[in-house]
Design a binder for this molecule. Sequence first.
Ligand code: GRF
Length: 219
Amino acid sequence: MSRKRVAILISGRGSNMAALIEAAQAPDYPAEIALVVSNRPDAGGLATARAAGIETAVVDHTTYSKDRTAFEAALQQVLTQHDIAIVCLAGFMRLLTADFVLQWQGRMLNIHPALLPAFKGLDTHARALEAGVKIHGATVHFVVPEMDSGPIVAQGAVAVHDDDSEATLALRVLAVEHRIYPLALKLLAEGRIELAHGRRRIVGARPPDGAFVVPDDNG
Ligand code: GRF
């Protein structure tokens, strides 16, 4: 089996990155984490990646001031140099231009801490509490030019408790993020899902391991 070479793009602590690295250590996992790229030199996840023996790179967006195209050209160069087949955004806090996104169409995933299409954008947990929803969660989706809008690959749901704070809810959602991202990457790397006509398509039989996770320890 040839394993797909994956780059993970981060900006911060990198706990989803760590979950992907751990999953990819299984000998039968169809992807290898070949590179971790951060747009911030101080991202905590860089040390975690290096400790796991993964190559890292920093493409510091501040170096390119307001030139988004030059920043993305540098990013693309690093990805090309490492012969990357799939890109996973994991807490990567830069908006990408349509040109860059279209270069990776069908080969780039993102994780969002809400059950899309609800609560796109930032502060999802605070907004979920404010809205009084009883079910919240996380989504892995294909990246398309419009933010947090691509076809959904996997979702994980958690119950919202009456006494939840933003922090307690975030913690419960993060636990499902760490389960659904490795699952979604596996489906893509195995070629069992693909982007067809802007929608997610399952190739062959529906995956037996599903793409919807509700943890048992959900309270
Ligand atoms: C996660 O909640 C992810 O869903 C969001 O940013 C956060 C990143 O956390 N896009 P981490 O860096 O993976 O720990």
